[in-house]
Design a protein around this ligand. Sequence first.
Ligand code: SAM
Length: 276
Amino acid sequence: MSNYSEEYSFSSFSKLPFYKKINKRLLDLAKIENQKSIVDLGCGTGLITKLILKKIKKDANDCIVYAVDHSSNALKTASEEIGEKKQATVKFIHSEVQNLKEVLKDKVEAVIYCNSIHYVPDKLSLIKQIKNQLKSDGIFVFNTSFFEGSHPPETHKFYRKWMIRSLRVLKTEYGLSPDKSAKVESRKQLTPEEYISILENAGFNVVVKDIQRIEVPKDGYHHISGFSDWIEGILPGVPLDKGCDVLQKSLKDVWDDMKLSSVPRLWLSISAVKKN
Ligand SMILES: C[S@@+](CC[C@H](N)C(=O)[O-])C[C@H]1O[C@@H](n2cnc3c(N)ncnc32)[C@H](O)[C@@H]1O
């Protein structure tokens, strides 16, 4: 980890080649090279912002990207990584995505929401706000690997073994157990059809619904185990350094025991256009 703000951030996971590939594809669905005003919602440490900047035209001085996140550490890393060398204006906005209409004064042509929509409990209300922030014919794309059905049944055994091993190591090495009262509010995972129905109710026409099976390598599970939101979700109340250590060690053991080369996961990507 290169600096404090990157500790327990999403940064190392987001740099894995398979993750970049999934999100490049989402930007293609948004026809990003044609857009001049874009929101990168839940931008995290800036991977998607950087991919957007690469795709828009070299001389696109009239383009603006609004990168929104509620984590000041993530925004700090994103702004350090993006730096000054960019052809478009990037405005970092420190906010809950649920406050989009208060923090975004101008209407935009595209809203990109990568791997974060599952965090928001009231998706209809957020998607209505997104619609109101879009210009006529504006496009909204999102992806998520946390939806009902995203874990193929044959992977359940891996997750179960990883969890059991992690709890055992946490107890034996640190004398700790997760604190159930600190559990993050469980979020109902929606089916792809429920997402589509919410989009239609909010005033969108769905253009593409795509479900891809992604073979996630060991690195993916290793790096995600260093991300605070993941550690807090699986081992609530456990200090991040200990949680990360336990999850990464147990992953290695289970991976070797089960002789795995990858563990698949389904990724849902949707693009939708604002109804006029
Ligand atoms: C899994 S990361 C994805 C980051 C980035 N989109 C990417 O794909 O590299 C999720 C991000 O959403 C942010 N986030 C979660 N809930 C949020 C909310 N209610 N408002 C703003 N940001 C939120 C987290 O801080 C985190 O940076």
